[in-house]
Write a protein that binds this ligand. Structure first.
Ligand SMILES: [Zn+2]
Length: 99
């Protein structure tokens, strides 16, 4: 089954979307965790850095590679019909019912 055979639905109103008719938008959401380097205080530098690193590595071993990636970067693709897109793009941070 190719992508063209997969039925598409609007992520908001669940209207079926017809490919090739200019009926909808493909919205790619790339969410990246705060990319700013962390700040260290004098107090942070007083800690036993080797022990902190060992503790952190032990903590990281509990997660899969995918789980760790999901904590810093998420990409999702949604389809929106033209009507839903027109409303959404004006205020993407607002939920569908004004939440
Ligand atoms: Zn819609």
């Amino acid at each position: 089954m190719t992508d063209a055979d997969t039925p598409l639905f609007c992520a908001r109103c669940v209207k079926r979307l017809a490919a090739g008719r200019g009926d909808y938008f493909v919205v790619v959401i790339d969410a990246v965790a705060d990319p700013t380097p962390p700040e260290f205080t004098e107090a942070d530098l007083q800690h036993d850095v080797r022990r902190e690193i060992a503790r952190l590595l032990a903590q990281l071993e509990r997660y899969s590679e995918q789980e760790l990636m999901d904590q810093v970067h998420r990409r999702t693709v949604i389809h929106l019909c033209n009507r839903c897109f027109a409303t959404w793009i004006e205020n993407p941070a607002q939920g569908p019912r004004g939440e």
